[in-house]
Design a protein. Structure first.
Length: 378
């Protein structure tokens, strides 16, 4: 069997890559090791409508849940900042249904999809799966974080996310809770999918995420868990090379999830699109240098933003709860108003930096964090 391109991984990046290549008339096979596209769902399901439209997706009714109206960000001592997010038009979506919608787009353009098929290794003429050998000209690795586990464990954090029914989950209101003792290097979150239901999760370095999340839920009050998900997240930013010969790496496998939140619907999705366009050009011209355009385009679009996010993450990982509490006390109302009015959900690093006071807009916070900056730049 032969296909011009084989893509391992039926998630958003791989499927958008397939859609782009198939639309140019080339034969594409997507293999997915699970028995359903969109499962297991590791994602919080937040994406801007602007981002979805750029990805070429108008959500189906069953994909789209609702818009997020505000985000409450909590310090360890319970103080909070409230950011109005109405202007950002951030949607909470059903990620499983979104992946199926993109799979339908790809299939309607000629992509073939096989579930229950696991990639095993690259061969001289293509790849080997658990079922057969398949020849191809280009192999795309879109298998997610599993591709990174053996490469760099330092960039991976354990996480747990439960789908929960609970009266304390409010429609349209995200909660983010910072506590370096409970969730070192990350945070806990509540993402509503409606009134009284949503996704509650935690991540952190060196913690038992199941026990930590259970304690968090018990402290919140009455709840019922309807689904549990345990999956690592990647926070270290893009890998060095997206292209290795005629192997192309996209999405989470390429480290295209945001270093600040590990979210990656838009950034990984655009990786799939850029890769698909570059692969199509290569197949048209047989010029392998066309593949290099993929990483160039992605870096032009997201490189500076990811550098800023990595910088912000390094700062946040080095401060303790006392410092975080002081930062929250130092943030002026006008900064919150400005972020609420101008923040771009897909490019939020500058807003985080403003909250940290790194640009000098918050003098007290800048003094508090100065020693942490010196550690980074030693």
């Amino acid at each position: 069997m032969y296909h011009d391109v084989i893509i391992a991984g039926g998630s958003i990046a791989g499927l958008l890559c397939a859609r782009e290549i198939s639309s140019k008339g080339f034969s594409v096979l997507v293999i997915e090791e699970d028995y359903e596209i969109g499962t297991p769902e590791h994602c919080g399901g937040l994406v801007s409508m602007k981002g979805l439209l750029e990805l070429g997706i108008l959500p189906f009714r069953k994909t789209f849940e609702h818009f997020i109206e505000s985000a409450e960000i909590f310090a360890p001592n319970g103080n909070k900042l409230t950011i109005d997010s109405k202007n950002q038009r951030v949607a909470e979506i059903d990620r499983r249904e979104l992946d199926k919608q993109i799979a339908f787009q790809a299939q309607s353009r000629g992509t073939k999809i096989k579930v229950g098929t696991r990639f095993q290794e690259i061969t001289k003429s293509g790849i080997r799966t658990n079922n057969e050998n398949i020849d191809c000209k280009v192999f795309v690795d879109a298998r997610g974080i599993s591709s990174l586990v053996q490469k760099d464990r330092a960039g991976i954090l354990p996480s747990a996310q439960y789908e929960v029914y609970a009266g304390w989950i409010k429609k349209g209101k995200i909660n983010v809770i910072f506590d370096q003792e409970k969730y070192p290097g990350f945070f806990a979150w509540i993402i509503p999918s409606g009134e009284g239901k949503g996704k509650v999760g935690v991540a952190g370095r060196g913690i038992n995420v199941a026990e930590t999340l259970d304690r968090f839920l018990q402290e919140k009050g009455s709840y019922s868990v309807i689904r549990t998900i345990f999956a690592p997240i990647w926070i270290k930013g893009p890998i060095s090379n997206f292209v290795d010969g005629k192997t192309v790496i996209v999405g989470d496998a390429a480290g295209q999830a945001k270093p600040t939140t590990a979210g990656g619907i838009f950034t990984s999705g655009m990786g799939g699109i850029f890769a698909g366009k570059a692969i199509s050009k290569f197949l048209e011209t047989d010029n392998v240098k066309e593949l290099e355009q993929y990483q160039k385009k992605w870096t032009e679009r997201f490189g500076k933003e990811f550098e800023r996010q990595i910088f912000a993450r390094k700062v946040l990982e080095r401060i303790d709860n006392k410092t975080i509490n002081k930062l929250f006390e130092s943030i002026k109302p006008e900064i919150i108003t400005e972020i609420s009015e101008k923040e771009d959900f897909d490019f939020h690093a500058n807003s985080i930096i403003r909250l940290l006071g790194i640009k000098g807009s918050i003098k007290t916070a800048q003094t508090v964090i100065e020693r942490e900056l010196k550690k980074i730049f030693k």
